[in-house]
Design a protein around this ligand. Structure first.
Ligand SMILES: [Ca+2]
Ligand SMILES: [Ca+2]
Length: 163
């Protein structure tokens, strides 16, 4: 499946030339976009030539490729395949200076990744272990066992030396 993943409708500074749209191929095979179409709100079209997107990769279309001026206000970009079937669309209400518009499905992936990273942080942080008093007897037991091992070892050594 090919998605419109993100767009930069309002690059920092003057917009001309700096705008881009990125498509993403989440399929297991490379995809040809020959004769596919991207249409904006105003009905302006960009028709693909021989572009392909490799499996798992992105394709960036710059303004110089598409000649589509992306609205800084409300905009809908629609992607059609070579048969005119709608494949995906990216919609936004506004784009502030320098803001990358990311399609909602990719925002969810980002949030899941952030969540699992923060969960991992919590598990590994000393806060949880420090606040978990049930672990203290275990830790104390371990320290005592190690100490006993040292003392026992030293004692044994002394006896052997004395013999
Ligand atoms: Ca701008
Ligand atoms: Ca713009």
């Amino acid at each position: 499946m090919i998605y419109i993943k993100s767009a930069l409708p309002n690059p920092t500074g003057p917009d001309a030339e700096g705008e881009w749209i990125r498509l993403f191929n989440d399929g297991t095979t490379d995809a040809s976009l020959k004769s596919w179409v991207i249409k904006d709100t105003s009905g302006k079209k960009f028709i693909f030539g021989g572009d392909t997107i490799k499996s798992g990769e992105e394709l960036q279309l710059n303004y110089s490729d598409t000649k589509l001026s992306l609205n800084n206000g409300a905009e809908t970009l629609t992607l059609y395949d070579d048969k005119g079937t709608e494949i995906d669309r990216l919609q936004y209400a506004s784009a502030s200076e320098g803001e990358t518009i990311l399609a909602p499905r990719f925002q969810i992936i980002k949030e899941i990744q952030a969540d699992s990273a923060s969960a991992l942080n919590q598990i590994t942080s000393s806060k949880i272990i420090g606040g978990n008093y049930e672990l203290w007897p275990l830790l104390l037991g371990l320290i005592l066992a190690i100490l006993a091992g040292f003392i026992g070892g030293a004692f044994y050594k002394r006896i052997r030396e004395e013999l």
